[in-house]
Design a protein around this ligand. Structure first.
Ligand code: NAP
Length: 267
């Protein structure tokens, strides 16, 4: 019998060592982006952070420092020149970027209740600009830094695919976001840059608090999942980080659910 030498690649021993990851969207220690950042660091990546405004800097700085990160940059994702400045700093200090985590969304509170049909143009544009177009502009501007290929991940929600009470314009923004993921994956695929979205079940965060009756939604949600339990930020963090490892090497253009099976259930 001939002996074969087919030892599997070890994906799990610091698979992200030497990788540089920019995480956009940490507001505090309950943010999904913070869980993703922690997991990326645990897998060996060097992580940089952005924050929006001085208030958030106060909260994000200690978190970044706890991971030994010295890359902490101000960024409003609707400001194109601010994105340019972030990319220039990454180029200067890191010379490249391997991973981009886009964990940002916004809609006016008044547009997250009542009837979707009443959404004003200004609210519609704002939600789409912050929650969807920012992924397009960040991807375009960071593309030249992804010299060894890369992984771009954004966050979505089931309200993109189904009507979820009060999610309204954010559901439309998430649908556009998921479609953008597919088109970006097509454009960036030849450079071995993968683009995916993780559709997370509901978790209590600052952004979620803006959705009317979110607390009630969370408590009634468990019974509507196949696993009978809600997810946590860390569940999303672990899965998103996995997608950035060689284990996710051929996953692109996808929307993957981390939702205890809610998306396939009719319970
Ligand atoms: P979060 O902690 O409040 O994070 C949202 C982040 O977006 C905040 O850091 C926020 O900063 C930032 N942001 C908003 N507008 C911005 C702008 N113009 N420029 C830069 N940053 C901006 O809430 P999260 O729940 O973790 O949300 C992260 C992502 O997960 C979002 O895309 C959300 O839709 C998605 N998601 C959440 C859930 C859930 O149930 N929580 C479920 C599925 C998907 P500010 O605080 O300064 O606005």
């Amino acid at each position: 019998m001939t002996e074969t030498n087919t030892a599997p690649v070890n994906y799990w021993n610091s698979p992200l060592k030497g990788k540089k990851a920019l995480v956009v969207g940490v507001a505090n220690d309950r943010s999904i982006a913070w869980s993703i950042a922690q997991q990326l660091a645990a897998l060996g990546a060097e992580v940089g952070f952005t924050y929006q405004g001085e208030n958030l800097e106060r909260r994000v700085r200690p978190l970044a420092e706890s991971l030994g990160s010295t890359m902490l940059l101000s960024l409003d994702v609707t400001n194109e020149s601010a994105i340019d400045a972030v990319v220039a700093t990454l180029k200067d200090k890191w010379g490249k970027c391997d991973i981009l985590i886009h964990s940002v969304a916004f809609a006016e509170r008044s547009d997250l209740e009542g009837r979707f049909v009443d959404t004003p143009l200004s609210g519609f544009q704002k939600a789409l600009e912050v929650s969807c177009y920012s992924l397009v502009s960040l991807s375009r501007k960071i593309e030249p830094l992804m010299v060894d290929g890369g992984s771009i991940i954004t966050l979505s929600y089931l309200g993109a695919n189904r009507v979820v009470k009060n999610y309204n314009v954010m559901g439309v923004a998430k649908a556009a976001l998921e479609a953008s993921v597919r088109y970006l994956a097509c454009d960036l695929g030849p450079k071995k840059i993968r683009v995916n979205s993780v559709s997370a079940g509901p978790v209590k965060t600052l952004a979620a608090a803006g959705i009317k009756n979110f607390k009630e939604m969370l408590s009634s949600n468990e019974a509507r999942t196949l696993l009978g339990e809600n997810i946590s930020q860390d569940d999303v963090g672990a899965y998103a980080a996995f997608l950035c490892t060689p284990g996710g090497a051929h996953v692109t253009g996808q929307n993957v659910f981390v939702d205890s099976g809610q998306s396939v259930a009719q319970l």
